[in-house]
Write a protein that binds this ligand. Structure first.
Ligand code: HEC
Ligand code: HEC
Length: 211
């Protein structure tokens, strides 16, 4: 099944190469790159694809992308039975050498895309209240903090933030003993009592988008 999947990805990537020449001047280009196949799941220009549950990656911090690719490769992430989306990604990272992880990261960082649409409707004022704890690590405007290893939360698909907060809360992400950053976030996710609190905080985070 993996082989069929791989062939489909390569065919789709070739189509993408062929069509990128047809873009109008004001459209964002997809850089010609060996890692353009990542867009097959992560969407055109890595803008995210909710059908595959693969998030927007464009413009993510290099240190965070590289660390997540390593986390998938080592099996810290994407190996729990309940983490169906992570299980899709894990073999993609496992197939990359450390050098290829650095190259794929460079591709992610240089690829630009439009901002994601809002899909989650929660209570923004309740979310603001929950977010006071999150701000200590992710920053007042969700801008992230490299020193604390905490990624930016802005301009990521809201549905993806929901999945990740559920995963941290139920231990399908961040539970591996060697995953120090994941362990910290797993502990922090426990302050969100239920799915409603998760939707509320994600709705508040969505207000940072246009900053
Ligand atoms: C077969 C589909 C598929 C392909 C191909 C794929 N990904 Fe993914 N990727 C996913 C899915 C699904 C997720 C979400 C996993 C989750 O919910 O935890 C993901 C998650 C990620 C994340 C984590 C983002 C975050 O915010 O933590 C990174 C980084 C990533 N992918 C990079 C890449 C790169 C780079 C490539 C190309 C080398 C790639 N992916 C190819 C499906 C794919
Ligand atoms: C003690 C510091 C700390 C606090 C407090 C904290 N986080 Fe995190 N968060 C992190 C770290 C570190 C990571 C990266 C984990 C990893 O490397 O897998 C992370 C990752 C995340 C991710 C995954 C992002 C992605 O692209 O996959 C989300 C979503 C998130 N945090 C949301 C929150 C929210 C919402 C709160 C408040 C309820 C919060 N965090 C509180 C440190 C923190």
């Amino acid at each position: 099944m993996r082989v069929i999947h791989g062939t489909t990805i390569i065919a789709a990537a070739m189509l993408l190469f062929a069509s990128s020449a047809l873009l109008a001047d004001d459209e964002l280009p997809i850089p010609a790159d060996a890692y353009v196949y990542c867009t097959v799941c992560h969407g055109v220009q890595l803008m995210g694809n909710s059908v595959i549950r693969a998030p927007r990656l464009s413009e993510m911090e290099d240190w965070y992308v590289e660390r997540q690719l390593q986390a998938f490769k080592k099996g810290w992430r994407g190996t729990h039975d309940a983490d169906l989306a992570g299980i899709e990604m894990q073999p993609m990272a496992a197939a990359l050498s450390n050098e290829q992880i650095a190259e794929a990261t460079a591709f992610v960082v240089k690829t630009r895309s439009d901002l994601p649409m809002d899909t989650v409707r929660g209570g923004i004022s309740r979310g603001r209240h929950h977010y006071t704890t999150c701000a200590a690590c992710h920053g007042d405007d969700g801008q992230g903090n490299e020193t604390l290893g905490s990624p930016a939360l802005t301009n990521v698909n809201d549905w993806y933030l929901i999945t990740q907060l559920r995963n941290f809360k139920n231990g399908s992400r961040g539970a591996h003993p060697d995953d120090a950053y994941g362990n910290q976030m797993r502990a922090a996710a426990q302050i969100l009592a239920d799915d409603e609190a998760i939707s509320d905080v994600v709705s508040y985070i969505a207000t940072f988008k246009n900053n």
